[in-house]
Ligand binder design. Structure first.
Ligand code: ZN
Length: 148
């Protein structure tokens, strides 16, 4: 339902417990969610992803699940359920763009650090980030071909 305060946007339910179910902008009662989201499944999925990433890459992933939860809550607040309704191809493009951004940020930061002759550890982490972004790119392109 279009928001009374911002008609180009959908009403977005507040996360504030005192305003539960009411729009963050116009304070109108937001209709019950039609989302296919399942919070138990989401928690299990993110725990499994963290555990596998730790085993596969030998990295600590503490805080990852909480960070993703915060991003999901922010997305829900800003866009309501519209993101869930997004076409799979459009969602794959979102993933691709985030991966390209990560690689671009890493590349820019590497150059700045190399110019300032900082330690190699930061540059190594940035190179790893860019490699993982390239892997995300490959998986997201494959995902797109699954839906075409
Ligand atoms: Zn509203």
């Amino acid at each position: 339902m279009p928001c009374l305060m911002a008609p180009s946007l959908e009403c977005a339910p507040s996360l504030n417990p005192r305003k539960l179910g009411r729009c963050i902008r116009c304070d109108r009662q937001v209709p019950q969610s039609t989302s296919d989201r399942d919070s138990a499944y989401e928690a299990k999925f993110l725990r499994e992803v963290s555990a596998r990433a730790e085993r596969r890459f030998g990295l600590a992933t503490g805080g990852f699940q909480q960070a993703v939860d915060r991003r999901l809550a922010l997305g829900q607040q800003r866009y309501g359920d519209s993101y869930m309704a997004k076409a799979p191809a459009a969602r794959a493009l979102d993933i691709l763009e985030e991966a390209w951004d990560a690689a671009a940020y890493a590349l820019l930061d590497v150059q700045k650090r190399l110019a300032n002759e900082t330690d190699d550890t930061a540059v190594w982490h940035l190179f790893e980030i860019a490699q993982h972004a390239a892997a995300i790119d490959s998986h997201a392109r494959s995902l797109r071909s699954c839906d075409s």
